[in-house]
Design a protein around this ligand. Structure first.
Ligand SMILES: [Zn+2]
Ligand SMILES: [Zn+2]
Length: 455
């Protein structure tokens, strides 16, 4: 049995019950101990599996208010969030079999001398001193809290609960996933957003769509402390296309970072190098070490761009002049392929869109908006095509193109968005129906053909 050429073993018998689902096989890979893999081929849009939670954990206080008050007090004393220990109440009510299954979930090893562990164990010892919880073991509770930290899903109608899913927890993170995870009540459903081959590892993204725009460096910075792992997906170990920058020598913006020989799900070739940066301009081709580049400036620009993005989302920045200036600066210093520049393009277009919605119909002329829209679409097309992020942006850009009278371009964007947004929403969702109508009316043959995928 092999995954992209990597030999794998069938996972230990304890996961055999998960194999009862005919679509799934749990395999041991060289990186992930128990990875849910496809038991057959799947095409885009197909449901791979659905699952009910093993345990549901409301984040609010329950009926026995006094007990929750005590848990809150202990959590606050330990420097944890007030409702951090409420989940212990629900754990204590679970059957012994369920408790055992929960403690079998993947859980990181914490350094017993570290501040994290000390805080957890102090809190858990205080909890088991309460009469309601004196049959629980504090070490088990620490493990339980860590299981939650690494495996829980937000769930419920308003995502007001957390929950643990046994099979869902074996779907590995990837920065270019092949599945989308959706919720219906507390039932999770994994659907294919790429064509999946038998024995491929099933993957979905643990991080937000926004974070997936970022460079490998930034994504790993987000995941390592929260999830206790360094992502080894194909995007993380391959060339970092969303961090392409200007070469200090020739200023070509296609200078690419690639560190070969990293630990990975997929076989990698080559050995680690001192000079991971290569200028892709054939006439230059110069190689660089990290310390030969002004990475401090890159970091400053990235921080400024991200905070501007959030200010725009929150509505605290509305003037497009700032966004334009920042985009110019990003283009000049980092070049058009860096994710910071792409984020500023999006930010500028989002500001234009909200200005139009607020009654400024001619906020920006089409000759400004449409080339920027094409530029952003192209950025997705070369960096991560066939992803939910690309589909969401394509849908946004299609609407914007329509507002500027560019119906044919709008239809092209919608045709890019439709296959995956159909997987996400229902086919009769009004937005899907509108996009399909726009493609029928204004799309060329190519757009119509693409829009029909997964229909
Ligand atoms: Zn990754
Ligand atoms: Zn160069």
């Amino acid at each position: 049995m092999a995954l992209n050429g990597v030999p794998m073993q069938k996972a230990k018998a304890k996961w055999a019950k998960l194999d009862a689902n005919p679509n799934i096989i749990v395999l041991e890979t060289r990186i992930v101990d128990n990875a849910a893999c496809a038991a057959r081929d799947f095409s885009i849009g197909e449901t791979v599996f659905q699952e009910e939670p093993l345990i549901v954990l409301p984040r609010q206080k329950g009926e026995e208010v006094e007990v929750f008050n005590k848990l809150e007090q202990i959590a606050l004393t330990a420097g944890l969030g007030g409702n951090y220990l409420f989940s212990i109440y629900h754990f204590s009510k679970a059957t012994e079999e369920t408790k055992g299954r929960i403690l079998e979930f993947f859980c990181p090893d914490l350094d017993k001398e570290g501040a994290d562990y000390k805080r957890y164990i102090a809190a858990c010892k205080a909890v088991v001193a309460l009469p309601q919880f004196n049959n629980l073991d504090p070490e088990d509770l620490v493990r339980y809290l860590l299981v939650l930290r690494t495996n829980q899903h937000a769930t419920g109608r308003e995502l007001e609960c957390s929950a643990l899913y046994e099979l869902g927890s074996k779907v590995t993170h990837s920065c270019e996933p092949n599945c989308l995870c959706t919720m219906n009540g507390t039932t999770i459903e994994y659907r294919a957003i790429r064509n999946i081959k038998k024995h491929d590892m099933l993957t979905f993204s643990y991080i937000s769509a926004f974070d997936l725009w970022k460079s490998t460096l930034e994504r790993r910075r987000i995941m390592a402390p929260a999830r206790f792992f360094e992502c080894c997906c194909s995007r993380c170990v391959g060339p970092d296309y969303t961090r392409r920058m200007r070469c200090p020598e020739c200023k070509d913006p296609r200078m690419l970072y690639y560190m070969p020989g990293q630990v990975s799900f997929v076989p990698t070739v080559g050995e680690k190098t001192e000079t991971p940066w290569t200028c892709k301009n054939e006439k230059c081709g110069k190689k660089w070490r990290d310390d030969e580049l002004n990475l401090g400036l890159e970091q400053k620009i990235v921080s400024a761009v991200i905070s501007t993005y959030f200010d725009v989302q929150a509505g605290t920045i509305q003037d497009r002049a700032t966004a334009k200036q920042m985009l110019q600066y990003c283009d000049q210093e980092l070049g058009p392929y860096h994710f910071a520049s792409a984020l500023m393009v999006y930010t500028q277009l989002a500001l234009t869109h909200s200005a139009i919605k607020n009654g400024h119909a001619k906020a920006e002329p089409p000759e400004v908006v449409l080339p920027l829209s094409e530029r952003l679409m192209y950025w997705f097309c070369i960096n991560f095509p066939g992803t939910m992020e690309e589909a969401n942006i394509a849908s946004f850009l299609g609407g914007l193109a329509q507002l500027h009278g560019a119906y044919k371009l709008g239809a092209r964007f919608f045709s890019t968005a439709l296959p995956l947004l159909r997987v996400h929403w229902k086919t009769d969702h009004p937005h899907i129906v509108d996009m399909e109508a726009a493609v029928d009316l204004h799309g060329d043959e190519k757009a119509k053909k693409h829009a029909a995928i997964a229909k």
